[in-house]
Design a protein around this ligand. Sequence first.
Ligand code: GAF
Length: 384
Amino acid sequence: MGAQQVAERFAELYGARPQGVWAAPGRVNLIGEHTDYNDGFVMPFALPHQTLAAVSRRDDGLLRLHSADMAGGVVELRLDTLAPGGDPAWTAYPAGVVWALREAGHPVTGADIHLSSTVPTGAGLSSSAALEVVIALALCDLYGLDLARWQLARLCQRAENVYVGAPTGIMDQTAAACCEPGHALFLDTRDLSQRQIPFDLAAEGLRLLVVDTQVKHAHSGGEYGKRRAGCEKGAALLGVTALRDIAYAGLDAALARLGEEEEIRRLVRHVVTEDERVERTVALLRAGTPRAIGPILTEGHASLRDDFRISCPELDLVVETALAHGALGARMTGGGFGGSAIVLTGTADVPSLTEALETAFTAAEFKAPRVFEAVPSAGARRLA
Ligand code: GAF
């Protein structure tokens, strides 16, 4: 659905055309998983799949929300009743952004919003952040708020952490707000400094496939929070601010200091080695040798499966099948416990690889996966 159609539907719902239409994308994380709440490195890029929002401001303290993708009609909320933790529905994401803006002192007095999205939900492709960021950007524009993109991302993270109650890091919101077409975003989550890294696989005869296993996940569930708490405990036991402060060269010594804490040792090993994998990936991409990142992706998967323990049989099957059919590398992407994997492969191998994945899933009696090519696309922006 394009900006024109979203605007027309808005007019049907609310009786007047919207003041504007905005878009924010889903993302794939190339490498750097569960490092963002450890002050570490990540490297996501934006997908062409995006959430569109047609929006007009209101000045009577009402927030009216409608989504083409959700059952039910227009949901009406009073701004003075918005409070964290009270809303289990999808409306908590946009309402959380409005709450976070007002809590930060921005004079938002209401809005009419109609949404339509092509970002798959529960697929590890960051549909929540796309929703948060598109609302934040629209309201900043309509209310003349002068927020930098990184501030917008922080505000959306606060909405997700506090209002929705999911203890996520800053990667997804920054990806939705800051990614550029043809690039991956190398982000240092400690100070939010970032570099756009050219990422044009097609020119090298390569493709990056996303394989959505259709196993749904949610970060407000307990396992994500448990991993995060375990990492924080590891940092405390090692006497550092965050696991980012453990140098790769000092990993063995750090693990030795953790003694009997086997579970914490595994979490620490994943985070420290993953940061190093991001740095190696950046170096190879900057050197113009993207083909060489394949084994790093596969190493990352093994670490998430064996040390961080957040893979699942469907994700492991994608990786095994892809590697057995000529892929250069593959790994799960996103928060884990389901969702999607990515596969780096030669262009010519795409049809046979896709078929092999479908056959393997059928043989295992898993739900059929959705396979599509990931093309690095634009971050959030105004469309109309
Ligand atoms: C989810 C979270 F939202 C991110 O902040 C990040 O921790 C990711 O899982 C794992 O890398 O997408």
